[in-house]
Design a protein around this ligand. Structure first.
Ligand code: HEM
Length: 508
């Protein structure tokens, strides 16, 4: 009889001890024994980004989250722009992606998105070298204009002639994937074609991303056991990675073969893709000095290509989808963009080029406003190396995991003022009609500091070319009853796509 009572007392003492040991100074939520703060998060998982925004607002922008015991899911969560400036710029070296991040983002290998220190610098230098080539810019302009003219327009014409409904998100996804494959591997998989082919490699990349997102939701031991047993999402991830790897390795093999057969002069005339650039830059002058003798073997090229494929494909899809949805509920903004195109390019039906879209300041503001409210990368994580104190006064210990919410920062009253939830492209344009500068640690969708997105300019140009081409030629009407809900992924996509009816716009 006494045994259960002793057992209960023993259990309560343990619970009490642990709770005391775990008690945190700045909890953002109620901390339950054993399960920590996880229950309310799980209950709000379907609207996680809005929930985190509300919780952070109630807690002055920063606080501690404690996961279940022994789950290693304890985080410092913040949306304070000074904290973010401190981590991403002022004390950059102390805040790394870290080994836990690399384990979770396993399919990324040792590529630029997940690497730290020298390995990261090395990849970044090589990618910058690739991006800064003049023929790279020309190549992007050419593939985007061709894609719009040869694939997107015929498809939209077909949809409107047959009175069908188009899923705009699916079209943008196909558009971005074809482009990024051309940029990375010099191969266009023709995803954006009339028969809507299912492209195996594209699906495999989606599966990898979803599985990585799922790893964030459970303790590491849980996903590691699932991986070991090869069940659920972990099994899917293994299969998906194999598919992606087969594709990338076959591209590498054919690029090596192509380059082997070419003279230097012929190589310079080839379409300029990332894999070719990484192969040829191995022994190239200043780049080799920075490389400290690194060999660009197939694994190096695979990680470079995989990271670039993932980084470059979904951001544009996400940005454009939320942009067209926001326009559908803000017809006045749409009218102003159309007017801006009309004024700058009267009686001109061409798909605009890189230099021309620079004139579309209001469109630029509307896209920035979209990225502010719906940042394609909604949260990021960092790991501290040494103890530190954040500008908000919160202590950071070695190995503390920090999550900063880009989504909450875009909706922060401290940064954007009382009208922070309103979609107002005007906030980006000064009285003189010039673009308003906001430091990147406040306008955070492209990250800030030394790890700023490498595709920022290219992404803006691609989105502006595509958006101006669609808006000057077509009207679209989002299907009634459409609910815009974010999907569960590391990228902020729309859960059920964006279904719309398309009609031709009378010539402007
Ligand atoms: C609207 C579109 C895009 C957005 C909002 C965006 C946003 C971001 C963000 C937030 C990061 C930091 C991620 C992290 O450190 O965890 C990042 C990194 C990166 N992005 Fe983008 N991106 C976009 C498009 C692109 C495109 C089109 C490319 C390439 C063609 C690209 C290439 C990269 C690369 C290589 C990195 C890694 C930089 C580093 O860690 O040094 N991005 N991007």
């Amino acid at each position: 009889m006494a045994l259960p009572i002793y057992a209960a007392i023993f259990l309560f003492s343990i619970l009490y001890m642990f709770n005391r040991r775990r008690s945190c100074k700045n909890p953002i939520l109620r901390d339950y024994p054993v399960v920590g703060m996880l229950p309310p998060v799980l209950l709000n998982l379907w609207r996680i980004h809005d929930y985190v925004t509300e919780v952070l607002k109630r807690n002055g922008g920063t606080g501690e989250f404690q996961g279940p015991w022994f789950s290693k899911m304890d985080y410092l969560v913040t949306c304070n722009s000074q904290n973010v400036q401190h981590m991403l710029l002022k004390n950059f070296d102390n805040y790394v992606k870290g080994p836990v991040f690399r384990q979770i983002f396993e399919p990324f290998g040792d590529g630029v998105v997940v690497a730290d220190a020298e390995a990261w610098k090395y990849y970044r230098t090589h990618i910058q070298f690739f991006i800064k080539q003049r023929r790279h810019e020309a190549f992007i302009e050419q593939i985007v204009q061709n894609k719009v003219q040869a694939c997107l327009f015929p498809m939209l014409d077909h949809v409107q002639e047959h009175g069908k409904v188009a899923d705009l998100q699916d079209l943008f996804r196909r558009f971005s994937f074809d482009n990024i494959c051309s940029i990375v591997a010099g191969r266009d998989p023709m995803c954006l074609s009339m028969d809507f082919p299912e492209v195996v490699i594209e699906r495999a990349l989606n599966e990898c991303e979803e599985a990585v997102f799922c790893r964030h939701k459970v303790p590491m031991t849980v996903w590691k056991v699932k991986k070991w047993l090869q069940i659920g999402q972990e099994k899917t991830m293994t299969k998906a990675c194999k598919t992606v790897d087969e594709f990338i390795y076959s591209c590498i093999a054919s690029k090596r073969e192509e380059l082997r057969k070419c003279s230097k002069e012929e190589t310079d005339k080839l379409p300029f893709d990332l894999i070719s650039s990484l192969i040829t830059s191995e022994n190239c002058g200043t780049m080799a000095d920075k490389g400290k003798g690194r060999v660009h073997n197939d694994k190096f090229l695979r990680d470079g290509a995989f990271n670039y494929l993932v980084a470059g494909r979904q951001g544009i899809t996400s940005g454009l989808t939320w942009f067209f949805w926001l326009l559908s509920i803000h017809p006045l903004v749409e009218a102003k963009i159309v007017e801006e195109i009309k004024v700058n390019f009267p009686n001109d039906d061409r798909v605009l080029g890189m230099e021309e879209v620079k004139k579309l300041v209001y469109l630029h503001g509307a896209l920035y406003e979209t990225l502010r409210l719906f940042p394609p990368v909604p949260f990021e994580r960092k790991q501290a190396i040494k103890a530190d104190t954040l500008p908000s006064g919160h202590r950071v210990h070695p190995n503390t995991m920090i999550i900063f919410s880009l989504y909450a920062m875009g909706r922060s009253e401290e940064i954007w003022g009382k009208d922070c939830l309103e979609f107002k492209p005007e906030r980006w344009i000064s009285n003189k009609g010039e673009f308003v500068y906001v430091p990147s640690y406040k306008f955070i969708p492209f990250n800030a500091g030394p790890r700023t997105c490498l595709g920022k300019d290219s992404a803006m140009v691609q989105m502006k070319i595509l958006a101006s081409a669609i808006l000057r030629n077509y009207r679209f009407q989002v299907m009634e009853g459409h609910v815009a809900t974010p999907s569960h992924s590391i990228i902020l996509l729309m859960k059920n796509g964006l279904k719309a009816k398309i009609t031709k716009r009378e010539s402007i």
